[in-house]
Design a protein around this ligand. Sequence first.
Ligand code: BGC
Length: 750
Amino acid sequence: MKKTCFTILLCFAWGLSSYAQTIQQTLTLREDNVEEILNAMTIEEKVSLLVGGLGSLVPGAAGYTREIERLGIPMTVLADGPAGLRIQPKREGTDQTFYCTGFPTSTLLASSWDPELVETVTTAMGNEVLEYGVDVLLAPGMNLHRNPLCGRNFEYYSEDPLLSGKMAAAYVRGIQKNGVGTSVKHFAANNQETNRLENDARISNRALRELYLKNFEIAIKEGKPWTVMSSYNKLNGEYTQQKHGLLTTVLRDEWGFDGIVMTDWGVKDGTVKSAKAGNDLMEPGRQVEIDRLLAAVNEGTISQEELDRNVRRMLQYIVKTPHFKGYKFSNKPDLKAHAVVARKAAEESIILLRNECNTLPLKGSEKVALYGLTSVDFFGIGTGSGEVNTKHIVNMQEAMTEAGFTLDENLAEFYRTCYATQSATEKMEGSAIDKRHRSEPLISVKAIERQAKDNDVAVVVLGRIAGEGADRAVKDDFELTSIERELLQNISMSYHKAGKKVVVVLNIVGVIETASWKHLVDAIVLPWAPGQEGAHAVADILKGKVNPSGKLPMTFPINYMDMPSSKNFPYYWDMTKGRKGERPNVDYTDYAEGIWVGYRYFQTNNVEVSYPFGYGLSYTTFSYSKPKVKADKDGFVATITVTNTGKVAGREVVELYVATPSGGLEKPSRELKAFAKTKLLAPGESETLTMKVSAYELASFNEEHSAWETAAGTYEVLFGSSVSDIRCTATCKMKARSWEVHDVLGNPKE
Ligand code: BGC
């Protein structure tokens, strides 16, 4: 009897323990049990998942999501940024370093007009994200270049939404191939840094739909990012992070986004409104946000469905992450291999703006006088969260020497000493010198004349740096400083007198004024901020080892005020009124120019520019064949054959613009609708490029009907080497089509 009882007890105990084990097992998050986990979560656990937390898994990472150990929900790691992973390069207790590759900045990548190249770059970048134990890269940044002074333009792509959207989609695909996520940011209308936390961007629905949201729409649909980051600013009176119409109706219902939305790094007071609007994750996360959400759940201000909806999305995100999957990251990505990718990307993207009498390429054996402080302190990337902690940024002195040029050593030493003195002052004063306002040393005319005799050519490197938190200024930033101007004038005069050429390298993070001085120099190369290896690419272009094939992703105006947005950008207000009283463009910004941004304005109104959108020279020439344009049931397909008619191998970007039939909405005279880049064509070689444009892509936004409308009639299809250099045209008839969307974005006048 005793034995039987004992056996029964044993069986009972075993049964209990295996039951508990089963429960335990089902209570661990798996890819296929998100709903079960959701049901098992307490309210406190749910809320904790919606608010970021502190962590130390990856020093230097920008943020974390919280762990719930009981349910096997791991912490996940979020880190910046667009030009490469931004983490701390050194850690306590180890000699190991954690440097990342500084890839070319987004503006340079966009200058490649080559989505495949971008995807290759970000495939390498994403590998660093994975191997350093990060789950989501907080990039790409993709606000539009509405105005040249926005301090973060280098983190963004273009003034055109199609180019911007295609680049961002490719960026996302490359990163996510590695099994890590991206965060497309800053959604939306974060087009200035002045008062970026509070500025109210007042934008018409047409400009929003056709420009400021269009690039995001393309990136979301074609890239499928895991996450989106809402911006700090307001849009038509409401913080974007609290705007249900933006974060739910447009982003999810209309565009089909199924990932999570996180705030930019600061949650507004209306945390509850943010959660309800569809902002799933509050970053970087504070206790007060947890308290507010908990109170709202208890009071019923947030319904159980709303809470579960956001938590479900968080769980669906978490099961995709390397941390969830237990990926054993190495902390040893192949930085050498990635440096090669970074260099190649810069080579394929750098723009040649001017090349009088074939000044470039140089022979490679010249003795070069290299001018400018930036030749030593080269800007690979910008500042702020878009910066990358690289081991080294190659400068122009190093790159030119490695490329085989002989440098004027006295001059090179002079600049090294100036830079060392500045760095010593920095150290002594304990704070970094603001490089936005660093002053070039002046060199006497006598010295320049001597240098002109001693050297074969002058290469002048001009630099501009900017970054998060501040916009640029017109004086001494968009425009040259008086010292730079004087230096250029003296170099131009002395070298030309000696029968020698002057080349300028623009190592700049945003558009500058070029019209007043470009005639002084023979050639201008524009590498933007080209990443840690970019200076090598510049040297290879100067030498002709690489034939430039980049084109401008925005317009270079003659004067700053030529930009229609300039009247409604902080600088104008500062300049004319000072910051007193009501502060337009600080408290709020009226996007009064509507859709007339960049080339859409300049081209339509025949306003002269310094360099047009889509412009870039090559060391060879190309001919375009007669194009074919064939309507199909969804739009049209265009083909064109490009032939290299010059003497060296090169690549050409063909830009397809469309002029819509008149009648109906007022429209730009031409708009970019597709583009394609040839492979490297040997002299005499041809390639046929195919570009597809859908009827939806041809549509404009009619506010009255809250609908995209493709007008019926004959469309002119223009094939250009830039927006103002159209090589051939064709026509195509389209039927009227329309797509109604929700009228939920508010009104600038409300
Ligand atoms: C920036 C974001 C960045 C975040 C985290 C914010 O201030 O606007 O772009 O991803 O900080 O560093």
